[in-house]
Design a protein around this ligand. Structure first.
Ligand code: F6P
Length: 556
């Protein structure tokens, strides 16, 4: 396919458009009877089992999706990503988050340089620093050990580390290594978030890690200044050197802020913010909390998936299959959303993280060369752990709109409980739902079945489930640092696959800029009105009225 051609103009795309009409005539109830099909739709790799037999697809569909992948040059695009080419063309950058978890002896060249050795020199520095802090050899200004960490950052400098931290919090090995320590995340510029984060903390025993790729993000910088003030007010300005460190690609601005460059942990412009959890962005705060060896396992899990993604044939390649199925659901079935439903409370921050990775990556309106797209890209990602979600939004998924679901289950609980006299363990109880929900969605319940159950006639329409609702199931052996790394990388690569097929740039995010610059204009107005009493000017009627009301009411 020539670079300017759109994927929707290719034969495989047109073929799938016709094919989906045939598929719509099938019901999952019938498709699930085909054991050969179901068997072929199960893939295992490194302890992970993917079952996509509850997708509205046949083996013929999968073959056609592979042809679409060929037409989109998927394999070449994956190769270009792994080989450090500047595939983020609008920012002229490589996309090399895979290098962040590559083994020490691996060579990945970008711009004529082996980036893996740079990665490991920062990892070594993090290991050394985190061990000093954890052992108490690095102390605060008053000689006390720093047992609490506040990581200040937003977006990609927050959501990934928060997801991993939340997932590790109840892992037995991680609990042991985190004993006596706290890790908190300050993201929102809302002063309430500052208050919540510093409540109960003593600056004497707190280390602040300012995490910002650019070191210019308004929210993060204001929060960093606020915590700098919190430290200086109690311990004096010189305490900042002992109580504040930074993670950034912009080491000049780190120094300008007043953080010793020796206490800055670098990463590189070839790491996208939302793909940065495996850089110092995640590795530093997580190593401070759990120790470097736990975090190294997380990196190894992600690296295992990187190797799989880069080498497995399509039919066995979990991220490729997931990405193609997402394209199938969005572009051919026309389903605009995707629910991410982990049956693990430890994964409660997984959907919010994937929401950013996915929606910031693939919510685009033009192709990589700027051609407006005649088809939608990206999907609306949302989710909650099961079974909580079942008591919230599942009603809509069962009887309302069709939303393809990802069910994520864990074989061995981090915290098993067996109560004497109960039918099953608490984890089996949870997992009963994990296994039941996909079939409830796929099979539904017919009026005939309800009649046989003697359901009152007038209730039958309300109690009928149409079924034929797609889902896929991912079963992880356990939820330790390694598995968490695997899960992260599966989703990162799945999202890249979708973008590669749609022919977009999944690695830029120009859509967040306009709001930022308008906020700048409002900020200037607020300052001028509050300090010099200047009237609100230069906005439309609505914004002018809202701002005037806000200024008047807040100065009363
Ligand atoms: O929301 C836009 C964004 O640029 C994200 O892509 C990024 O993760 C976040 O802001 C934070 O940026 P930074 O790490 O530079 O502070």
């Amino acid at each position: 396919m020539a670079s300017s051609a759109l994927i929707c103009d290719t034969e495989p795309w047109k073929d799938l458009k016709a094919h989906v009409e045939n598929i719509k005539k099938n019901h999952l109830r019938d498709l699930m009877d085909d054991v050969v099909r179901s068997q072929a739709m199960m893939v295992e790799y490194d302890g992970i089992l993917l079952d996509y037999s509850r997708q509205q697809a046949t083996l013929e569909t999968i073959g056609k999706l592979f042809k679409l992948a060929e037409a989109a040059n998927l394999k070449q695009k994956i190769n270009l990503m792994f080989s450090g080419e500047h595939i983020n063309s609008t920012e002229n950058r490589a996309v090399l988050h895979v290098a962040l978890r590559a083994p020490r002896d691996k060579v990945i060249q970008s711009d004529g340089k082996n980036v893996v050795s740079d990665v490991w020199s920062v990892l070594d520095k993090i290991k050394e620093f985190s061990e000093r802090v954890r052992s108490g050899s690095w102390v605060g200004a008053t000689g006390k050990a720093l047992k609490d960490v506040v990581a200040v950052g937003i977006g990609g400098s927050f959501l990934g580390p928060l997801f991993v931290h939340t997932a590790l919090q109840t892992d037995p090995e991680a609990i042991e290594s985190a004993r006596g320590r706290q890790l908190r995340f300050l993201a929102n510029v809302d002063p309430i978030d500052v208050a919540r984060n510093i409540t109960g903390l003593n600056p004497e025993t707190t280390l602040v890690v300012v995490v910002s790729k650019t070191f210019t993000t308004a929210e993060t910088m204001l929060n960093a200044r606020t915590l700098r003030e919190w430290i200086s007010a109690t311990l004096g300005p010189s305490a900042v050197a002992k109580h504040m460190v930074a993670v950034s690609t912009n080491l000049a601005l780190v120094e300008k802020f007043g953080i010793d460059p020796n206490n800055a942990f670098a990463f590189w412009d070839w790491v996208g913010g939302r793909y940065s959890v495996c850089s110092a962005v995640g590795v530093l705060p997580l190593s401070l909390q759990y120790g470097f060896s736990v975090v190294e396992k997380f990196l190894k899990g992600a690296s295992s998936i990187d190797q799989h993604f880069n080498s497995a044939p399509y039919e066995k390649n979990i991220p490729v299959l997931l990405g193609l199925l997402s394209v199938w659901n969005v572009s051919f079935h026309g389903y605009p959303a995707r629910a991410i439903l982990p049956y693990s409370q430890a994964l409660e921050k997984f959907a919010p993280h994937i929401q950013q990775v996915s929606m910031e990556s693939n919510g685009k309106g033009v192709s990589i060369d700027g051609t407006p797209l005649p088809y939608e890209t990206g999907e609306i990602d949302f989710g909650e752990p099961g079974t909580n979600g079942q008591h919230s939004f599942y009603q809509l998924i069962h009887q309302g709109r069709i939303i393809p679901c990802d069910f994520i289950g864990i074989v061995k609980s981090q915290q098993p409980v067996y109560l004497k006299g109960e039918v099953v363990s608490n984890h089996d109880e949870l997992m009963s739902n994990f296994f039941a929900q996909p079939d409830a969605l796929a099979y539904g319940k017919t009026a005939e079945q309800l009649q046989k159950e003697n359901v009152q006639q007038h209730l039958i329409p309300h109690k009928t489930f149409s079924g034929n609702r797609p889902s896929l199931s991912i079963l992880l052996p356990s939820l330790n640092a390694y598995n968490i790394g695997q899960l992260l990388a599966i989703y990162e690569h799945r999202i890249a696959v979708e973008g590669f097929i749609w022919g977009i740039n999944s690695f830029d995010q120009w859509g967040v800029e306009l709001g930022k610059s308008l906020a700048n204009q409002v900020r200037k107005q607020l300052h001028a009105s509050r300090t010099k009493g200047e009237p609100v000017e230069g906005f439309n009627f609505s914004t002018k009225m809202l701002l005037t009301k806000y200024l008047q009411a807040s100065s009363d």
